[in-house]
Every structure is written in structure tokens, then in C-alpha cells.
Design a protein. Sequence first.
Length: 209
Amino acid sequence: MLQLYFFPMACSLASRIALMEAGIEARYHLAHIWTKKVVDDGSDFRGVSPKGAVPVLILENGERLTESAAVLQYIADLKPELGLAARPGDPNRYRLQEWLSFIGAEIHKAFLFPTFWYKDDASLAKPRARIGQTLSVPATHLETHEFLVGDRFTVADAHLTWALLLLRPAGVDIAQWPSLSAYLGRMQARRAVREAIATEMALRKTVAS
């Protein structure tokens, strides 16, 4: 059975969504991203991944896979018939990688990461100045598309859904981009997405307490 190390409402939520969309059972281990402890047993999370970051997917052969873009594509490829990622050789395969890279680099690392890890205004000034221009890219695309890639839900949508959910606590109201608000509403209407979010929100309260 696959195992996923996660922290509630961190970027690993996208991996949980992908697993649930694919109907793949997994064991979930809560890893505290600030204390670097595995909550199950108090062990050092850096023993699982020297990066000390989620997600970490433990494969059935015991190998470990990190980084959201890689983990999400791996999960999608376990059930290729579901179309969570286009098959190799399909042009949409590369569109998927394009969106995963954009979300990871331009929304996650360039804005969400500094917003939640750094507190001084000087460090946050540049990310805040750029986020509007960044979000205009998916907003424009979603004005004429239901999903990020092709005509169906893919793991890129799982990734963007997570990012949009984190923008409000990061101080960005996506209501100024109607296409993003409508898109997030559609994604949250999906049962797997809704249940994944509910699970992690409940766990977040436990961690916070």
C-alpha cells in the first residue's frame, strides 16, 4: 500500500485529492512541517525525507518520491484509464507538466511559501507585488476552459485547487478574478475534493490545538 506523508492543508493536500480521485487506498502519516516530527511516533521526519518537506510518497517497493509535480504524476499514472494525466506522447502530457511547474514555482514557491514562512514586510513586498500578475494567467485560461488541461479533471486541477484555497489566508481574495472563484467552486463540488479538504481541515484543528 502506498503511504503519504502530509501536513494538513499544505501542498500535500493535492496528493490526497489525487489519491481519492483515483480511488487509491493509502496510509497517511502526519508530518509536522515546523517541528519536523512524525506525529504518529515522534520520529524525525528528516529520516523519511532529508528535505523535511511534504509530500513524501512511499511506493509499494519502499522507494520514496518527493515534490508535488512528481508525486501527482506518479499517482495519475497508476490509473491511466481515469485520465488524471494524459499518457506519454499526448500533447496534453506536456500541458500538464507546464501547469504543475507554473503552480509550484509561481504561486507556491514565489508567493505562498514566503507568505507563510517569512513575516517581515521587506521579504514579502516582492511576492505581494507579483501575485496579481501571476494569478491572471490561470484566470484568463479558465475564462474559456472548465479545467486546466483538456476537457477533464487532472492532477493539475488538484494542485491549483490547493493553491487557491491557501490564497485567502495568505491575504488574497480571489473574488477579483471571477473565473478563479467559479473554478474553485466547481472543484469543491467534486466529492473527492470536498472530502479531502474536510479531512484535512479537521486534522488541522487537531494540530493547532
